[in-house]
Design a protein around this ligand. Sequence first.
Ligand code: CUK
Ligand code: CUA
Length: 642
Amino acid sequence: MDKETQQTAQNVDSLPDQGRRRFLNTAALVGVAGAGISAGLLPNAAGAATGDKSGADFGKVEVHPGQLDEYYSFSSGGHSGDVRVYGLPSGRQFKSIPVFNMDALVGWGLTNESKAVIGTKPDGSLKYNCGDTHHVHQSYTNGTYNGKYSFVNDKINCRLARIRLDTFECDKIIELPNVQGFHGVFPDKRDPVDEKINHTTRVFCGMEFRAPLPNDGRDMHDVKKYGALFTCVDAESMKVKWQVRISGNCDLVATSYDGKLVATNQYDTEEGATYADMMANEMDACCFFNVARIEAMIKAGKNTFTIGDSKVPVVDGRPAANKDPKTAITCYVPVPKSPHGVNASPDGKYFVCSGKLSPTATVIELALVQKWFNGEVKTPRDCVVGEPEIGLGPLHTGFDNKGNAYTTLFLDSQIVKWNVAAAIAQFKGDKKVKVVQDRVDVHYQPGHGFTSMGETKEADGKWFLSDNKFSKDRFLPHGPLHCESAQLIDITGDKMVVLADHTTLSEPHDSIIVRRDIIKTRQIYDLNEFPHAIKDAKDSRIERKGKKVTIHLTSAAPAFSMTEFKVKLGDEVTIILTNLDKVDDLSHGFAIEKYNINFVVNPQQTQSVTFKADKPGVFWCYCTNFCHALHLEMRSRMIVEK
Ligand code: CUK
Ligand code: CUA
């Protein structure tokens, strides 16, 4: 170890207690003093037994061996490009669902089937192999989750993905035209046009980074000419339906419970290119879209246009084109200052925007926005019914079922609980009303925070999960890049209580907490869904058409249907593997030595890979998924003849 390394080396035993506690303030110390390193590491420690004075009931997060969690949490993986699935309250991770990332665990990005979902270049290689997932939401029926789909964005390559929740697999990925910085995404909670359709039919997507429209070399140096688009995608066909050109940018997206309104918060109404420019205005906005009016315009083909090569109809949602509220498709509600996040309250009445650079949260009443569109409210700002001061760096808000909001305070490293009705009373002039109900320290710098079922009308007020951007000293040191922390907070009482520190890999942005009864997964796949499946090992065969060779193969523990197959050097080889096992979780892997091939076939599933046989010799193919006592013997040989 050189001197410098030595100086910065961290060893938990040598770390003076003071060093750790520097990061913690008094309130946090109360919880930590008796409970050892971290409350979450000692889930058994009841407050009284450990001398813990917070009265925390750590037993609440216990999930004993063999017991099941009460909730699923679906969490975006951030720059790893995946979606993660955890159990709560235990915090155990079940799965990383590969979406925009390659994943050899299942062969995502390696199999022909996954490549077709992700998209390929003409040479067969992936068009993109990284992504940045921020916002993960589920499809709705009647204002609550229906367990059918999850939708998640890719901010880097501006794609929207859909995950089917019967198999927990991504089944569609599309790229949004003329978009950069695709950030906010939210499915509607019922159809905005047809009131009889009470489930998700559309997904709305925000564009954060204004860019030349189209981005074909024009307007590159004139930032003022850049523009932003708000995009609507059909949830079933996953085709882009329409786009709206707006002023400013789109950050997050929220949809109303009646389906009629969608909003995006805007931190760059200045339309700047540097952060100093973007911070100039005291007020930014939350931009509302009147979906029915937009769709009527699109249907009539009135005032629609297209951008560049895209065929998607676009309408103009900029203020100049929307001066008359009675025909306007957008309404820009002024909100202080660089707001981050917009969240819908589960009673369906309000959207809350957090101030980020203002210590406030802004409460916007949706009924008033509707009235503005009818010409019955004077100015968009009149739709604001509350704006309490809640703390420094407010970012995201979750709700319980008792009218309380819970907002993450990035700069204060706290969660603040505040009462929405009290905030509205205060805004009307009540000086005595108590808006802020409680504060609790989190560790550290929370980004997203969300409550159990909190983005549905079945918000149950049980848990708040704080996705913290820094874990600093909360876990054993593991190199300069730390894991992050998700802290589970009991919100059933008047006081919030932090009950567990769960680790998360960098960097979850947004999550949802879903009651377990909503998710109904399949146990095995259905062979009929795979056109290339072979249903009997006897049908295994090698087919040759010129230089193209197809190997039809099956697996059934502990053997593949062919112990060897021969191809010729230079062949284009496709291996189609059907797993005939019928027991759930009896999956087999298929890896080929030196050929960079590895994928998994689940019971009654068919997957395939295509590659060039460019090395002569014998190459063992083996099962990578420990499936049987004879798993090691589960092999075949690829013989590549010269
Ligand atoms: S943004 Cu990341 S913490 Cu993408 Cu939702 Cu606020
Ligand atoms: Cu099949 Cu291991």
